[in-house]
Design a protein around this ligand. Structure first.
Ligand code: ATP
Ligand code: MG
Length: 268
């Protein structure tokens, strides 16, 4: 991993500035004073406080693997597909990616799989990771939603048939993840969900759509056409409408200055 990428990633994955203080938990004791400062930081080794003096406990919750997993988490393009063989760490990266925004009260995020059965595994991995990374975070089983103490939410949902996009109609998300994108036979859900990608300027949150996938599957052709054919892996390019070839911009009808053009990178 290059130094640049690691530095970039570290700043991405570490909690945003000002949040460490919120995570500190002082336990009252006349002899000991423990400051807990758990963060999702890829480079700092674990240390456990067990001394008489005040010290900082750091626990590595997640350390990205060098290569595509790191590149995926460090990318700043609006849309990114992380492709690759089974077991490469794609879903794990997808679970780790939204953690960095869970301390922002404005964060509204959505992670989808095609079916509820497939979703279960992702939820189970998130249950291992999130409570350690964000103390006090709660998973609302009925709504399948993580609610952080900050108020940030991550909805873990399914999107099977095209009509299911109606579940998300009228909602706004700053981060949308599709795990196993080639499971969707048409680009309709992906294209529709672009319209749900919104946040307020004041939130300071970037707008990201993230996808992972193995080659193959019912959506192989459209995913290849969208992400792989336009350029070589790891290069950014303007996303274009697959029918018209025009650069995609939105919201529709707005002036050019406020349109957001998509950048897409394919990592494999
Ligand atoms: N950075 C990491 N640190 C520790 N373990 C990891 C990391 N990345 C992945 N793993 C582990 O590797 C295994 C495979 O990861 P994951 O399920 O994310 O792969 P995948 O690419 O989504 O596979 P598939 O294509 O089968 O869905 C998991 O058990 C996960 O816990
Ligand atoms: Mg996976």
């Amino acid at each position: 991993m290059s130094k640049d990428v690691r530095t970039q990633l570290q700043s991405k994955i570490s909690m945003p500035k000002g949040t460490k203080r919120q995570q500190k938990r002082r336990r009252s004791s006349k002899k000991k004073e423990l400051v807990q400062d758990v963060e999702l930081k890829p480079t700092t080794p674990i240390s456990t406080p067990d001394t008489e003096v005040e010290q900082v406990q750091r626990e590595i919750i997640f350390e990205p693997n060098p290569g595509p997993q790191t590149d995926f988490l460090a990318s700043t393009e609006q849309e990114v597909l992380y492709g690759g063989s089974a077991g490469g760490g794609k879903s794990y990266a997808m679970i780790a990616d939204p953690v960095r925004y869970l301390n922002n009260p404005n964060a509204r995020m959505l992670l989808v799989r095609r079916s509820t059965e497939e979703l279960r595994e992702l939820i189970s991995v998130s249950k291992q990771l999130y409570p350690k990374a964000i103390p006090g975070i709660k998973f609302m089983e009925r709504d399948k939603t993580w609610v952080a103490p900050s108020g940030a939410t991550l909805w873990m949902s399914y999107l099977d048939r095209d009509d299911d996009v109606m579940r998300y109609q009228g909602q706004a998300f700053n981060w949308i993840g599709f795990d196993e994108l080639t499971q969707w036979p048409t680009p309709y859900p992906w294209n529709y969900m672009r319209s749900r990608l919104r946040t307020t300027k004041a939130s300071g949150l970037p707008l990201y759509m993230r996808a992972t996938s193995n080659p193959g599957g019912p959506g192989h052709q459209w995913v290849k056409k969208t992400f792989i054919d336009p350029d070589t892996p790891n290069k950014s390019f303007w996303a274009t409408d697959s029918d018209t070839g025009e650069v995609i911009s939105w919201p529709k009808g707005h002036t050019k200055e406020v349109n957001r053009y998509l950048n897409v990178v394919y990592t494999c």
